[in-house]
Design a protein around this ligand. Structure first.
Ligand code: SAM
Length: 223
């Protein structure tokens, strides 16, 4: 993957997460040294908090069918399935992320409830599995050049709730985050609250609340 010369935003993001899959998933792993735990809690604590809030907002899960866009290593899908969701589909274009997701779901005993798709959203999901009771996208719009077609499709596929995070453009960690991503050559997109509201209005999402969650805006919408 790293040998390829990539130009588009999608290619750069896919390559980044393919190469970074194990390190990313380790954020969720409690079995690590005190220094790594401190760094992950301090810098990336939002990752775990997003998962907890998604579970809180989407409960009860029994019988639900959920789509998780940019599912990464599948931690959200697995949590939803463990809470009782009937079927969870996760889609991510980084193959190494999906390999971890498949393995973790099997280990967690919810392999039969979770289906992981390697591909780019929205193209990779044809809609035959829908409508979904909920559709989630967490830590995803940070890497998306144009969220409008994505949210429009998420909304079309869903009869229930959308949960989506958007990273804040104004936050004390932003300069360091920007430099880190610039050094890696990975695109990063940040948002002001007014911009998030404008995007949602453009996609016809009108019934929602915005929660200030650490360095993110978490949008919970009824559609
Ligand atoms: C920061 S990770 C978040 C993973 C997961 N949602 C979580 O919070 O643990 C973002 C993921 O989005 C995926 N991604 C970004 N754009 C995508 C697209 N258009 N289609 C599918 N996956 C995408 C990346 O490969 C990456 O695994």
């Amino acid at each position: 993957m790293t040998d390829n010369v990539s130009n588009t935003v999608e290619e750069k993001v896919r390559e980044h997460f393919h190469d970074d899959a194990e390190r990313f998933d380790a954020i969720y792993d409690e079995k690590k040294g005190p220094f790594a735990r401190f760094v992950d809690n301090y810098w990336r604590g939002v990752v775990q908090k997003r998962l907890e809030l998604n579970v809180e907002y989407l409960a009860p899960f029994a019988g639900k069918k959920i789509l998780d866009v940019g599912c990464g290593s599948g931690r959200f899908c697995i949590a939803f399935a463990q809470k009782g969701a009937e079927k969870v589909i996760g889609v991510d274009f980084a193959r190494a992320m999906i390999e971890i997701a498949d393995k973790l779901a099997m280990e967690a005993g919810v392999g039969d409830k979770c289906e992981f798709v390697v591909g780019s959203f929205p193209d990779a999901i044809d809609g035959s599995e829908g409508p979904f009771d909920a559709c989630t996208a967490n830590g995803f719009f940070d890497y998306v050049e144009n969220p409008i077609p994505i949210i429009t499709r998420m909304r079309e596929l869903t009869r229930g709730k959308l949960v989506m995070s958007f990273p804040k453009a104004v936050e004390w960690r932003v300069p360091i985050r920007r430099i880190r991503f610039w050094l890696k050559g990975t695109p990063l997109f940040l948002y002001r609250e007014a911009q998030v509201r404008e995007i949602l209005a453009h996609c016809g999402v009108t019934n929602y609340e915005i929660i200030h969650l650490d360095r993110d805006y978490l949008v919970v919408a009824d559609v």
